[in-house]
Design a protein around this ligand. Structure first.
Ligand code: PLP
Length: 433
């Protein structure tokens, strides 16, 4: 197989390591889970990435989720360009904020009012503060393998880069910050009932990924979803649906619309900014009334709702609403899922292909992944070989077993077929070696 020339990326990474810890501004980018050095990207268009050595890749990372319309989608580029000409930030209200907020409220059924922030982490951090302020209770329940950003109290048994690094508890997170977080296994209704029986009056909120993407794709069972709804309601705790990844991805109304979940609060990020830094949290109007200045729960942001971010976000959401890509994304997802499954079966590799819509994970484990305990049994060394075999064939996958790949509206059936062909060769190569 052709070897990639990555000389320019190698030099850039050497320089980057002198300048930034690990050479990156977010750990997953460093390729630590698959070994070797990251590829430096020069530009992107549609479903393709171009690196600084001149290699082209079919992209299944999509900036880790936001780029559902494909890279440099012309209406988004135009909207950002014309916003920039008018000034990039005022620190004062704009109608652009009204536009993005009203689109979020229109699309996501449980969101009655919303606050815009700058990242998914800010959204989950703020939603937890609001839940605690609203209920007057200290404890939060989360699930092992679910990632909610790098909020101190949520960096406990977190998925994503934290799972990959095998360091769920970060140095710098104090035992006291972690002590107010109760961690349960995903898809375990009995454990949820037990924790509410013991700590019910102290629990402010349960936060969860409504389809998990941060330990690879894991789907919540009906029993688990029902227990989340009934236990929180019965004990007066808020249910927080972390849709930073799934919002506007699995349907216009996110996973909650797809699965019939009605949370009290929802956190959003990634797609909501159309590739610019935006997060949001919203939900019940009476709960949102507790946010400053209407209420007393403090939360602020110098650049929140800035004109570039709202232009990119609103243009993206409007496109998704007016020309919904979801049926087509689901068909492409099914094509890829079937193709990957057949390719892995053909070479006798233990595997399970999990998928919801345009989120797909090929797990190297011989059973369905329902929780972090099962995910942790995956053959991550095999995944690393598969990742590099695919990259050499021009397919850019997320660089960890514990991530979802994303299909965008810019991908075509023939892109998917090309990916399946590359997977067939790559899996034969790694099964043989
Ligand atoms: C990505 C992600 C976050 C964190 O968002 P950032 O914008 O990276 O801070 C939170 N929750 C979920 C479910 C995510 O996938």
């Amino acid at each position: 197989m052709t070897n990639l020339n990555l000389a320019a990326s190698h030099d850039a990474f050497a320089r980057a390591k002198q300048l930034m810890p690990g050479g990156v501004n977010s750990p997953a980018r460093a390729f630590g889970a698959v070994g070797g050095e990251p590829v430096f990207i020069a530009s992107a268009k549609g479903a393709q990435l171009f690196d600084i050595d001149g290699n082209a890749y079919l992209d299944y990372v999509g900036s880790w989720g936001p780029m559902i319309l494909g890279h440099a989608y012309p209406p988004v580029v135009d909207a950002v360009r014309s916003a920039a000409v008018g000034g990039t930030s005022f620190g004062a209200p704009t109608v652009g904020e009204n536009e993005l907020a009203s689109l979020i409220i229109e699309c996501v059924p449980s969101v009655e009012r919303v606050r815009l922030v700058n990242s998914g982490t800010e959204a989950t951090m703020s939603a937890l503060r609001l839940a605690r302020g609203f209920t007057g209770r200290p404890l939060v329940v989360k699930f092992a393998g679910n990632y909610h950003g790098h909020v101190d109290s949520l960096l406990v048994a977190a998925g994503s880069a934290a799972a990959t690094l095998g360091a769920p508890n970060s140095p710098g997170v104090t035992p006291r910050a972690a002590a107010d977080t109760l961690v349960l296994p995903y898809n375990d209704p009995a454990a949820l009932v037990a924790v509410f029986a013991e700590h019910g009056p102290q629990i402010a909120a349960v936060i969860f990924e409504p389809v998990c993407g941060n330990m690879g794709v894991v789907v919540p069972t009906k029993e688990f979803r029902d227990a989340l709804a009934t236990q929180t309601k019965q004990h007066g705790a808020l249910l927080i649906c972390d849709e930073v990844m799934t919002g506007f991805r699995l349907s216009l109304g996110g996973a909650q619309q797809l699965l019939g979940i009605t949370p009290d609060l929802t956190t959003l990020g990634k797609i909501v900014g159309g590739g610019l830094p935006v997060g949001a949290y919203g939900g019940r109007s009476d709960v949102m009334a507790h946010v400053l200045p209407e209420g007393k729960v403090f939360q602020a942001g110098t650049l929140s709702g800035n004109p570039l971010a709202t232009a990119a976000g609103a243009t993206t959401l409007r496109t998704l609403r007016d020309e919904p890509p979801y049926a087509r994304l689901d068909a492409l997802g099914e094509q890829l899922q079937t193709g990957l499954d057949q390719a892995a079966t053909a070479v006798g590799l233990p595997h399970h292909v999990a998928r919801v819509g345009s989120m797909v994970t090929l797990f190297f484990v011989d059973e369905e992944v329902t929780s972090w305990d099962v995910a942790a049994r995956c053959d991550t060394a095999l995944f690393a070989k598969y990742f590099w075999a695919m990259l050499r064939r021009g397919v850019y996958l997320p660089c960890s077993q514990y991530e979802a790949l994303f299909i965008s509206a810019a991908h075509t059936e023939s892109d998917i077929q090309r990916t399946i062909d590359a997977a067939r060769e790559s899996l034969a190569e790694v099964a043989g070696g």
